[in-house]
Design a protein around this ligand. Structure first.
Ligand SMILES: [Ca+2]
Ligand SMILES: [Ca+2]
Ligand SMILES: [Ca+2]
Ligand SMILES: [Ca+2]
Length: 442
């Protein structure tokens, strides 16, 4: 059991653990659940990611907007935020040992009625004005979206500071000034499970960027109680971004961040803007886009991060094979047993612990969703995945001996993996029947 909190009581509870057991238990109940509550009223760094931002470390406001000038990333002006979590949550326990119940970013608007509130994702097709596939935007305004962050040029979260270089800029007179060059960029997870830059997901008509447009999958869309959808957003409005914990790859990103002690996030929006662009065709820095308070802002609240979770250690006081932290996180006490199946999904608690699934949710379990043989005899399996788990597929002809099967994993939708048999040495194997099993690699 590790109690970590920004509040004094949590730290004290951990310190007294061995000596005053009863007192410690009382404190745990008072906290409501085992684990940590991270509530940080200001980031460790934040930074407007815009090609011509010449005072990155001191800006009190970070606008987010799009450029439809084909020399720039479409998500042109982005807001990067980074938190050092190591002072509040112990690090290097292994990513899978960080359980997360809730993760929320809160930002504050500094400009009055500059943009229209849209609380839902808009398809990339709604941005393809005058192009094939265009669909009208049926709800007014453009949403604000949150993504993970990835880095170029050898930067990592902690090494990219407020004063680090934006990235290489092409010549002002050239055809590509900053498409795909920023040193930090917003990502979702692609079907290969790898981070995918969404800076130009709505398309770029530029020979330097020929990738086809695609639907982005924001990790959160900003919501506010200070405006009604379709109406202008007042100054001082709070936007909350509740990160989508239904996607195991997103949870795994948070787990790796807590494990390493640094959490970077990017906020952006495809809000229209008219700018003074090199070449001088724009009307000059106006537009219907959000403007966010940074940690340097003296008038408005800084960006705030809240994460509720638990760090699972090996401590198992009732010696039932289930770590105390895991039991408390899911059940609130130590009454769970290794072979119990309280959610009735056919997976006992011990197996849900290993598989990384939710032992209180019947819908959360390691399951084969589909299994087929292709025309060439190769197998295709679909199965559910959990955060920070690795899987090995094994094959058997007669259930006696099992061998690892060679194949490729992809992630066609959140929470689902597809494994396609691919024996590089032997090529497709003709077979009438075979048994496969999915092994969670510890
Ligand atoms: Ca819209
Ligand atoms: Ca236990
Ligand atoms: Ca179960
Ligand atoms: Ca379950």
């Amino acid at each position: 059991m590790t109690v970590l909190s920004t509040k004094g009581v949590g730290t004290r509870a951990a310190g007294l653990r061995g000596a005053v057991c009863l007192f410690w238990l009382l404190l745990v109940f008072r906290l409501g659940a085992a684990g940590f509550t991270l509530d940080v009223p200001s980031p460790s760094m934040d930074r407007w990611m815009y090609p011509f931002n010449f005072e990155p470390a001191t800006r009190p406001v970070a606008p987010t907007f799009a450029s439809f000038d084909p020399r720039f990333d479409t998500r042109d002006a982005q807001f990067l935020l980074g938190w050092d979590t190591s002072a509040r949550v112990s690090t290097h326990r292994g990513p899978r040992n960080y359980l997360v119940r809730r993760a929320r970013l809160t930002l504050t608007i500094t400009a009055d009625k500059a943009f229209v509130y849209d609380p839902t994702y808009d398809s990339f097709r709604t941005y393809l004005t005058n192009q094939p596939g265009y669909l009208p935007d049926t709800d007014p305004g453009r949403p604000v979206e949150l993504y993970g962050a990835a880095f170029r040029k050898g930067f990592t979260g902690p090494t990219f500071t407020e004063n680090s270089s934006y990235g290489p800029l092409g010549p002002i007179a050239g055809g590509n000034i900053s498409i795909g060059t920023r040193n930090v960029y917003p990502v979702m997870f692609g079907t290969d499970g790898e981070p995918l830059d969404v800076s130009n997901n709505v398309g770029q008509h530029n020979e330097a960027w020929t990738d086809a447009p695609f639907e982005a999958r924001p990790w959160a869309v900003g919501r506010t109680l200070n405006a009604v959808a379709g109406e202008l957003v007042p100054e001082g409005s709070k936007f909350t971004f509740d990160i989508d914990l239904a996607d195991p790859l997103v949870v795994a990103y948070l787990q790796r961040a807590l494990d390493g002690g640094w959490l970077p996030l990017v906020v952006d929006s495809l809000s229209p803007a008219v700018q003074i662009t090199p070449g001088g065709t724009g009307g000059g820095g106006v537009g219907n886009y959000p403007q966010w308070s940074t940690r340097k802002n003296l008038l408005y609240d800084a960006p705030r991060l809240e994460i509720e979770g638990a760090v699972v250690t090996e401590v198992d006081t009732d010696q039932d094979g289930l770590p105390d932290d895991w039991e408390r996180f899911w059940f609130g006490d130590l009454s769970a047993t290794a072979d119990g199946d309280p959610d009735g999904d056919g997976r006992i608690n011990r197996d849900e612990l290993v598989a990384g699934t939710d032992p209180t949710d019947k819908a959360s379990a390691l399951r084969v969703l589909a299994s087929t043989f292709g025309a060439d005899g190769t197998a295709v399996l679909r199965f559910t995945i959990a955060p920070s788990r690795r899987y090995r597929i094994e094959v058997s002809e007669g259930l006696a001996a099992w061998n690892e099967a060679a194949g490729r994993l992809s992630y066609p939708e959140p929470g689902v993996a597809e494994w396609s048999e691919q024996d590089g040495a032997a090529g497709p194997r003709q077979r009438g029947a075979a048994f496969f099993r999915i092994v969670v690699v510890e």
